[in-house]
Design a binder for this molecule. Structure first.
Ligand SMILES: [Zn+2]
Length: 149
């Protein structure tokens, strides 16, 4: 699956330059061109899936294996003080390239990246249970309908 307008598909097809770190059957990792810190890598599905929801589970498992390899290599070579692994889904969540990818971002104390969540508080245990019930009900029905990819 290839989308000619997708920058990651162009890298995978060899039509655009990238510093490729690792390639497996269904995953590829390369450096982010706008790193949070130097050595910031992406781990991407080779096929074009828009986001986490579209990604088949077997591809996710392969990508997870590559994540382990790439994160270990960044720790051993770049020696960051820490690292974040994250994945954005949808514009509201900060996704800018709509081809599934995980970020592996080296981190340092005081490196300027600030994530300041405006944390909410459930009004009551009942309200919290309401959310849990909505989600649990979908886990059950999705499992039965085999909707899990
Ligand atoms: Zn793509």
């Amino acid at each position: 699956m290839y989308e000619s307008s997708c920058p990651f598909c162009r890298i995978i097809a060899g039509e655009a330059r990238a510093e490729i770190l690792l390639e497996t059957k269904r995953s590829i990792s390369f450096l982010d061109i706008n790193p949070i810190n130097f050595g910031h890598a992406l781990v991407v599905s080779k096929d074009h899936f828009a986001d986490f929801d579209e990604l088949p589970e077997d591809v996710l498992l392969e990508i997870t294996g590559s994540l382990k390899t790439v994160a270990r290599a960044i720790l051993d070579s770049v020696h960051p003080a820490g690292f974040n692994i994250f994945n954005n889904n949808g514009r509201a969540a900060g996704q800018s390239v709509f081809h599934f990818h995980f970020h592996v971002a080296p981190r340092y104390e005081g490196d300027g990246l600030k994530i300041r969540p405006n944390l909410k508080v459930y009004e009551s245990p009942e309200q919290m249970a309401e959310y849990a019930n909505m989600i649990r009900a979908k886990i059950e029905t999705n499992d039965k309908s085999g909707e899990r990819k």
